[in-house]
Design a protein around this ligand. Structure first.
Ligand SMILES: [Zn+2]
Ligand SMILES: [Zn+2]
Length: 323
């Protein structure tokens, strides 16, 4: 099969990769579309030291599984493969299993390929109302909804989302669905206009290293800029006793002024993978829309081009089509 493979810090299109063999409990999935995420771009720069087939955001059809009821189903999949044995796994926190593999990120070949395997227990059937291309957003949208599981948010909560990139725009929409008092700071007027039309306050940032000027400090600041300065800017924007949620993973991390965390008694939370069922239902009922986020769909044969395009500042989401 064809696959985009990362080895020795080099990405290449492999035209002769073996089709993955499913382990017990796994399904073989024929991938339809994959999405390029910032994490993929960071992996290429050396984050996690990953080697193997890239890609963790996908939609596909089950081609082989033990359960005949799964055959042919259109699915997306959770990316963590826990060991099911350790203390974390036994207390239902498999996402934090120290022995886990992660699709296309850690020890498990990913979905920038014609075929991928995942445990059937990781799969979610995509409702008919959701298009193939929208379904690719399930994983990153679930990550956006994770913050809502971690922090109490109501309509009085003032929330600042920093960043109008791929993840920032999903977080903005997930937050918007809570009815909170939401502001999004970003660098792209067209994207901010789109949010404004949906009733979200926006701030245009001209200098990515300068904290946007705001009239208030926020209860919750979500850092999704992907910039190494993001955390320190979030510290400028959060109120005393407020919360900063970090969503960016960058290969190059900045030093953090921890004194300000202490003095202002700021809570800092890391936030990673989230609930797929919430993401799917938000796309199904239309409260989150993702079609406007896709700039281009690139065929797998041209997959390296997809990574180049995703790196550009003027693109939001690049998809890879496997046909
Ligand atoms: Zn991702
Ligand atoms: Zn485990």
């Amino acid at each position: 099969m064809r696959a985009i493979v990362l080895d020795d810090d080099r990405v290449r299109l492999d035209l002769n990769r073996s089709i993955p063999v499913r382990e017990p409990g796994e399904a073989l999935i024929r991938v339809l579309y994959s999405g390029v995420c910032n994490t993929d771009l960071e992996l290429v720069k050396g984050y996690m030291g990953y080697r193997g087939v890239m890609g963790h955001e996908f939609v596909g059809r089950v081609e082989e599984a033990d359960d005949p009821g799964m055959m042919g189903k259109r699915v997306t999949g959770e990316i963590n493969l826990p060991c099911h044995d350790c203390g974390y796994c036994q207390s239902d926190k498999g996402n934090h299993c120290p022995n886990r593999k992660v699709l296309g990120i850690l020890g498990k070949d990913g979905a920038f390929a014609e075929y991928a395997t995942l445990p059937v227990s990781n799969l979610h059937i995509v409702p008919d109302e959701i298009s193939d291309k929208d379904a690719v957003f399930t994983e990153p949208l679930a990550a956006a909804f994770r913050i809502i599981e971690q922090v109490d948010i109501n309509e009085d909560t003032t929330v600042m989302v920093m960043g109008d990139g791929k993840l920032g725009l999903l977080i903005a929409q997930a937050m918007g669905a809570t009815g909170c008092n939401l502001t999004v700071a970003g660098r792209h007027p067209d994207r901010l206009d789109h949010l404004k039309q949906n009733g979200i306050n926006t701030i245009l940032v001209n200098n990515k290293d300068k904290t946007p000027e705001t009239e208030i400090l926020y209860d919750l600041v979500v850092e999704a800029t992907g910039s190494k300065n993001g955390f320190n800017m979030a510290l400028d924007l959060v109120r005393p006793e407020g919360t900063i949620a970090l969503k960016s993973t960058v290969a190059d991390t900045a030093s953090i002024d921890t004194n300000r965390l202490v003095i202002n008694e700021v809570t800092m939370i890391g936030s990673r993978c989230g609930p797929f069922t919430k993401a799917l239902s938000a796309m199904k009922d239309g409260s989150v829309k993702t079609d406007w986020l896709v700039n281009e769909t690139v065929p797998l044969d041209n997959g390296l081009r997809a990574l180049e395009l995703a790196e550009r500042r003027d693109t939001i989401k690049i998809l890879i089509s496997m046909d």
